[in-house]
Design a protein around this ligand. Structure first.
Ligand code: DGL
Length: 257
């Protein structure tokens, strides 16, 4: 690969601001890369739309990122990965496309005789990809679809009464039980770690962000596409819904916000 391609940006997208939690990790682990992040806020949420619609929206976003010269695509969204990754890989066989999935596999290592709660969007949980994952690592896992939860993060509401009331209802059946791990299977929920931890203070909260970025690094290395050491990295944030300000705030937020 020539210098041009190595220095091209990495395109990353989500239905909204959730993917910023992946971007934050990517900037930490790949400081020489340039990232072009697209939050499709105008069409959020993806998690309550049908698969064909999420695929159509994901295709549009990928076309925009490719038109801006992206050398690789990170689908920083579990829902869009489930609905669109396979079709996008078939459409762009030479393009590195890195997706995400709820972290049931690492959570399974913590499972003994209790339960693992897996929080994700209705679309992710209803998808074939999740069914396959569940068949491999679903022992003791209780899947909790969370319609309406990502909207708190979109509004920048990472705590407060309404959010606590939502989580209280969601967790009520499990609070007396032996919860061994909680999977945050939507990139928006990673910003709700503190809010979730109030209900389960000692329980590990697991997300797939670091694993996704490590996979991105491997894929770029294999293809000779990693930015050179002397390159100066950076981020550019685009939103179809005009809320780039919340994105910037979340990008700077402390890890456990
Ligand atoms: N952030 C997305 C995910 O990881 C989905 C949020 C949504 O649009 O419903 O699944």
């Amino acid at each position: 690969m020539d210098q041009m391609n190595r220095q091209a940006p990495i395109g990353m997208f989500d239905s909204g601001v959730g993917g910023i939690s992946v971007l934050r990790e990517a900037v930490r682990l790949l400081p020489h890369e340039r990232f072009l992040f697209y939050g499709d806020t105008a069409h959020a949420p993806y998690g309550t739309k049908d698969k064909a619609e999420v695929l159509r929206l994901s295709r549009q976003v990928v076309e925009t990122l490719l038109a801006r010269g992206a050398k690789a695509i990170v689908i920083a969204c579990n829902t869009a990965t489930s609905a669109a990754a396979a079709a996008l890989r078939a459409q762009y066989p030479d393009l590195p496309i890195i997706g995400m999935e709820p972290a049931l596999k690492p959570a399974q290592k913590l499972h003994r005789d209790g339960i693992v709660l897996s929080l994700a969007t209705p679309g992710t949980i209803a998808g074939e990809k999740y069914a396959h994952l569940y068949s491999l690592y679903g022992e003791g896992v209780v899947s909790l679809p969370c319609p309406g939860l990502m909207e708190f993060v979109e509004r920048g509401e990472l705590g407060g009464e309404c959010l606590n009331a939502y989580l209280d209802r969601l967790f009520a059946p499990y609070r007396g039980g032996k919860v061994e791990a909680i999977v945050l299977g939507c990139t928006h929920y990673v910003f709700l770690k503190s809010a979730v931890a109030r209900f389960f203070p000692q329980v590990p909260l697991i997300d797939g962000n670091e694993g996704t970025v490590r996979q991105l690094k491997r894929r770029l290395e294999e293809r000779g596409l990693l930015a050179p050491e002397e390159a100066i990295g950076g981020t550019e944030l685009i939103s179809s819904g005009g809320n780039a300000e919340i994105m910037r705030t979340l990008l700077q937020a402390p890890e456990n916000a």
